[in-house]
Design a protein around this ligand. Structure first.
Ligand code: BDR
Ligand code: CA
Length: 313
């Protein structure tokens, strides 16, 4: 496998943290050019702080963290403290980060990186609302043709939504941004709720991570315990769905996932279904197939990869 250059755009979030840990664990496969914070699960001041906490936990205070959009393109901010806690990373007490964010804005970092790296070599990994990417595409439309692909956690179709009956949180928070990204022509791989609802943090799977013993593993177990309490109540399952690491797992082991190329459009008008990802799974329209939509995952293989990754930190 070639070493992929990636930019992670994120709103940590305990499941974002798990994804970032997985990415830092494989430096021979993933070169992280930078990590961008966006407002999402909690306001930007917290997502930036949390991102830096995760970098330090992974022993990477040298990583480049950029701060991006403070709010969605043209809607009031919606956050998810009811899932992630007041700070977005509730579940364990950790020291405030020492490392600072870079002075450059995340949107400029994304544009400059896509323009300066050879075309087709940088993968955008998005774990939160798509505001930063949409702003970058609006300011510099040429970057759509320069990314290798954009792999995102967002949307849902057969499973419906998790913040409204029709919409998944990351798309719902900034549907106008999602619309810009999905219409950009950038090759997109989408990890919807249809995949992530299969990735349950069951007691047996979390016990394997706990058995690793080291500090990053313990912190992750505490984060997962906090994060899943809401979902266990909501879905009545053994464990909650672990969404965002699916993006990084796809880069490391794409064979764990299966899906198909479809047209996906974003609803931005309807009060009832705003933020819905309308997937033409059965190809009943002639609309262009703009997204590789994943639908199934080898969940045990995914959790083995997560445990192997955390063991490497
Ligand atoms: C997504 O929303 C956030 O709460 C999670 O971090 C994940 O990115 C799941 O709908
Ligand atoms: Ca997230």
């Amino acid at each position: 496998m070639d070493r992929r250059k990636i930019i992670i755009d994120t709103d940590p979030g305990q499941d974002d943290a798990a994804a970032i840990m997985m990415a830092f664990a494989h430096p021979e496969k993933l070169e992280i050019l930078g990590l961008c914070a966006v407002a999402g699960n909690v306001p930007l001041s917290f997502t930036s702080r949390n991102l830096r906490i995760v970098c330090e936990l992974c022993g990477r205070p040298d990583a480049a963290v950029y701060e991006g959009a403070l709010k969605p393109l043209n809607r009031p901010q919606v956050t998810a403290e009811h899932v992630h806690g007041r700070t977005g990373l509730d579940g364990v007490e950790l020291p405030e980060p020492v490392m600072a964010a870079q002075a450059k804005h995340a949107v400029d970092f994304i544009i400059d990186t896509l323009r300066s790296e050879p075309a087709g070599t940088v993968t955008l990994c998005t774990l939160g609302p798509l505001t930063n990417i949409a702003l970058a595409l609006t300011k510099a439309p040429d970057i759509a043709g320069r990314a290798r692909e954009l792999v995102m956690m967002g949307g849902g179709f057969f499973e419906g939504g998790n913040i409204t009956p029709a919409a998944e949180f990351n798309i719902y928070v900034d549907p106008e941004a999602a619309k810009i990204v999905f219409a950009s022509g950038m090759p997109i791989v989408m990890m919807p709720l249809d995949v992530t609802h299969q990735l349950l943090t069951t007691k047996a799977r979390v016990a394997k991570i706990a058995a690793l013993g080291a500090r990053p593993a313990q912190v992750l177990v505490d984060w997962l315990a906090f994060f899943e309490r809401f979902d266990i109540e909501k879905y009545g399952s053994d464990g909650g769905p672990l969404h965002d690491p699916s993006v990084i797992a796809y880069l490391l082991k794409p064979e764990l996932f299966s899906g198909r190329d479809c047209n996906v459009e974003i609803e931005t008008e309807s009060e009832l279904t705003v933020g819905m990802t309308v997937v033409d799974w059965w190809h009943v329209t002639e609309r262009p197939r703009n997204v590789k939509v994943m639908r199934d995952v080898d969940a045990d293989g995914f959790f083995d990869l997560l445990a192997e990754s955390v063991a490497r930190l």
